[in-house]
Write a protein that binds this ligand. Structure first.
Ligand code: NAG
Ligand code: NAG
Ligand code: NAG
Length: 242
C-alpha cells in the first residue's frame, strides 16, 4: 500500500514535468518538440517565388539536407540558391534562443550559425511562430530573405503559423487534479469514519496518521532509490534489492 502511494506520487510528478522543450506566451503553451521532425529525409521547406531560393529547416534538430550540404555543425536552417547550386547554413539548434512574444501568443526562436557571413558576423534565422487556431496546420506564411526589401544582411526571418493549445490544462495536470481529489476525499471520508465510527480524538482523527508521519521519509527514500537506479550507485535505504 505504502509503495503504491509513493509510486503514484512520483509518477504524477514525472508526468507533470515531462521532458518537452516548451515556452509559454500569453497563457498558451508551445511545445517546440512537437514540431521537430525526425531526422529522416524530410524537413520543412519553402520556396520564395521571386528568387526561387529554397529554405530547408527543422525545429530543435538538424534539417535535411542542410546536415550534409553545409560545413556548419548541426545546421537547422539552410538556404539553397539554385543559380549558384550552393547551400548556406543559417543557423544551428546548438546555438538557439527562444523568447515568447509579448503582444500575441507565439514565440520567436533564433538559430545562429557558427560560420561567418562576411564582416557582419554570423548568419542568423528568426523563426516567428504565431499561434493560429488550434486545428491549423504548421504552415510557413512568408519568408523575409536577407537581400530582399526590408531584409537584414545575413539574417533570415521565417514566419510560421502553428497550432497552439491553452496552458490551462494538460494531461499531466488532469492526472494531478484527479489524484488530489482522491486524496481530499480520502482525508474527509477517513476522518469522518475515525471520528464517528471509531470514536478517535485529536490528531488521531486524521486517517492513517502514523503512516503519513513517515511519508516524508518514504518520498526521500523513493527519490534516492530512483537516483540510484539512474546513476547505478546502489543507495536504497530501507529497501531490499529487487
Ligand atoms: C525518404 O525515405 C523514404 C523511406 O524512409 C523513402 O521511401 C523515400 O523515397 C525517401 N524520399 C526521398 C525524396 O529520398
Ligand atoms: C550536434 O548536436 C548534438 C545534440 O545537441 C551534440 O551532441 C553534438 O555534439 C552536436 N554535433 C556537433 C558537431 O556539434
Ligand atoms: C552563437 O552565435 C553567436 C552569434 O550570434 C556567437 O557569438 C556565439 O559564439 C555562438 N555560440 C556558440 C556556443 O558558439
Amino acid at each position: 500500500m505504502k509503495f503504491i502511494i509513493v509510486g503514484i506520487f512520483l509518477i504524477s510528478l514525472m508526468i507533470a514535468s515531462g521532458n518537452a522543450v516548451t515556452v509559454t506566451s500569453k497563457g498558451v503553451e508551445i511545445d517546440l518538440s512537437a514540431f521537430t521532425l525526425p531526422l529522416t529525409n524530410t524537413s520543412y521547406s519553402y520556396t520564395v517565388q521571386e528568387t526561387k531560393n529554397i529554405y530547408y529547416f527543422n525545429i530543435m534538430d538538424q534539417a535535411v539536407p542542410c546536415d550534409t550540404k553545409v560545413g556548419d555543425k548541426n545546421s537547422s536552417v539552410c538556404q539553397y540558391i539554385p543559380g549558384q547550386s550552393k547551400y548556406y547554413s543559417f543557423g544551428s539548434f546548438n546555438n538557439y534562443t527562444v523568447s515568447p512574444f509579448t503582444d500575441e501568443p507565439g514565440a520567436s526562436i533564433s538559430y545562429s550559425s557558427f560560420t561567418n557571413c562576411g564582416k557582419v558576423g554570423f548568419r542568423t534565422t528568426f523563426l516567428q511562430l504565431s499561434c493560429a487556431k488550434p486545428n491549423t496546420q504548421f504552415e510557413v506564411t512568408s519568408v523575409v530573405e536577407p537581400q530582399s526589401t526590408g531584409g537584414v544582411a545575413c539574417q533570415l526571418t521565417i514566419n510560421i503559423n502553428i497550432p497552439c493549445k491553452s496552458t490551462f490544462i494538460g494531461g499531466g495536470w488532469i492526472f494531478i487534479i484527479v489524484i488530489l481529489s482522491v486524496a481530499v476525499l480520502y482525508i474527509i471520508v477517513g476522518s469522518i469514519i475515525n471520528w464517528k465510527v471509531r470514536h478517535q480524538h485529536g490528531s488521531q482523527i486524521f486517517p492513517n496518521i502514523e503512516f503519513w508521519k513517515n511519508f516524508g521519509c518514504l518520498i526521500k527514500d523513493g527519490v534516492f532509490f530512483i537516483k540510484g537506479k539512474i546513476t547505478r550507485t546502489p543507495h536504497t535505504p530501507g529497501y531490499e534489492q529487487i
